[in-house]
Ligand binder design. Structure first.
Ligand code: DGL
Length: 280
């Protein structure tokens, strides 16, 4: 029985909060036989408001602890704010393969017809040298506007938790993406994994239609390419979630289930959903 002899790969998916669930959702879709562990560093959320030095000092040792705790075959840093800064440090420090999430500037610029592209990310991500280099290397003749949204990730968390978030708050965050003139912006890179959580509202509130580029499917394909074959015919175990704050977050359980394959959370034993909690 193949399912018994091929070990099930473990994928650790990490973000500052719940945005990385938009990446986990895609991974669960293409790797149903993998064990997935999702860790939200909500005790330090939002990363977009921390300095580069603070994020490096926070994330590198924390990931080391998570590797020791979960023995993953692969780690996905499902956070642009961290990936654009710490990927090289992580790869130097730990032997496990890493997949990062960085602004999808190359595909966006390749698709844009008007040659006006906006990159919507946290203030940290749009300020990174890494992001500037992507633009230098891959703009392909496009004008690229960098838009650092100070509150959009927090608004996405609030909306996911069922709190009221007004259209005006969201519209104010995305307004600078829409550049009019000789040519109009026609493509917006979602350079923060939280933003696809609001995709319906972003689409409804856009002053004119644009293509929103979410890199999650491409990240999931990369994960598949790097991992060995999953057990054939094996069903998915429940994705495990943990929060570094240690807060139970049980109220989120029904809202998060669709990101984890639907039934997985509902079937998990009480307590499983919120453990283990790690204090960095
Ligand atoms: N989800 C994170 C990202 O992709 C950012 C949210 C935060 O500021 O912590 O950049």
């Amino acid at each position: 029985m193949v399912a018994d002899v091929i070990p099930r790969p473990t994928i650790l998916v990490f973000d500052s909060g719940l945005g990385g669930l938009t990446v986990l959702r895609e991974i669960v879709g293409v790797r149903p036989g993998a064990r997935c562990v999702y860790v939200a560093d909500d005790a330090y959320f939002p990363y977009g408001n921390h300095s580069e030095a603070e994020i490096v000092a926070r994330v590198v040792p924390l990931i080391g602890r998570l590797i020791a705790a979960h023995a993953p075959d692969l780690v996905v840093i499902a956070c642009n704010t961290a990936s654009t800064l710490v990927l090289a440090d992580l790869r130097a420090a730990y032997a496990v393969p890493f997949v990062g999430t960085v602004p999808a500037i190359k595909p966006a610029c390749a698709r844009s017809r008007s040659k006006r592209v906006s990159v919507l990310g946290t203030k940290g991500t749009v300020a990174r040298e890494y992001t500037q280099t992507l633009i230098r290397d891959f703009a392909q003749g496009c004008e690229v506007a960098l838009v650092g949204a100070p509150r959009l990730a927090a608004l996405a968390e609030a909306a996911l938790a069922g709190e009221a978030v007004s259209d005006a708050e969201i519209a104010a965050e995305i307004a600078p993406c829409f550049v009019d003139g000789d040519a109009r912006t026609d493509t917006v890179v979602l350079a923060c994994t939280h933003y696809p959580l609001l995709l319906d509202r972003l689409t409804a509130l856009a002053p004119w239609p644009v293509e929103w580029i979410d890199p999650a499917p491409a990240i999931a394909r990369r994960v598949v390419a790097l991992l060995r074959a999953a057990p054939v015919g094996a069903s998915a175990p429940p994705a495990e979630l943990s929060f570094t704050s240690g807060r139970p977050r049980t109220e989120l359980r029904p809202r998060l289930a669709p990101f984890l394959g639907g039934t997985a959370v509902a079937e998990a034993a009480p307590g499983r959903f919120d453990t283990p909690c790690l204090s960095p």
